[in-house]
Design a protein around this ligand. Structure first.
Ligand code: THU
Length: 147
């Protein structure tokens, strides 16, 4: 199985654990680390809606908690309406692009971002630097590996 296929499959598994009773929109994210291991996250909503966390943010913080923030090389993201058969690829929201950029610049590498739908569909691949051009990040503060 290719890395994109592995990541999208792991993201789909993670999306099954989305806590999304308000939006009824499940998102899963999977991060590929330098050693081939995968860290996942799902969106985690809150009754105080604005406190909700996106899947990519949860996954990135989980990698950081394992001491692996600098080791992320690629991301897989799926999302779609619960109970539907959505196959349109989900791209990371603006805030999550900035969160992923933190990992990218700390690790000193651009990230591959693979996007697909919750129920299947094509895998669309981007570079994070294309999704968030001219990014502000740790490099501006003289910190990290400076992607
Ligand atoms: N969501 C994510 O988890 N990631 C994104 O990149 C876009 C949106 C979540 C937030 C909310 O729980 C639900 O999808 C609907 O916006």
């Amino acid at each position: 199985m290719t890395d994109p296929d592995r990541l999208i499959a792991a993201a789909r598994e993670a999306a099954a654990h989305a806590h999304a009773p308000y939006s009824r929109f499940a998102v899963g994210a999977a991060l590929l680390l330098t050693d081939g291991s995968i860290v996942t996250g799902a969106n985690f909503e809150n009754a105080s809606y604005g406190l909700s966390l996106c899947a990519e943010t949860v996954a990135t913080a989980t990698a950081n908690a394992a001491g692996r923030l600098n080791d992320i090389v690629a991301v897989g993201i799926v999302g779609g309406r619960i109970g539907h058969t959505d196959t349109d690829p989900i791209r990371p929201c603006g805030r999550c692009r900035q969160v992923l950029n933190e990992a990218a610049q700390m690790g000193g590498r651009d990230l591959a971002v693979h996007c697909s739908g919750l129920a299947g569909g094509e895998i669309e691949t981007h570079r994070l630097s294309d999704l968030l051009p001219s990014a502000f990040g740790p490099a501006n503060l003289g910190i990290g590996g400076h992607a």
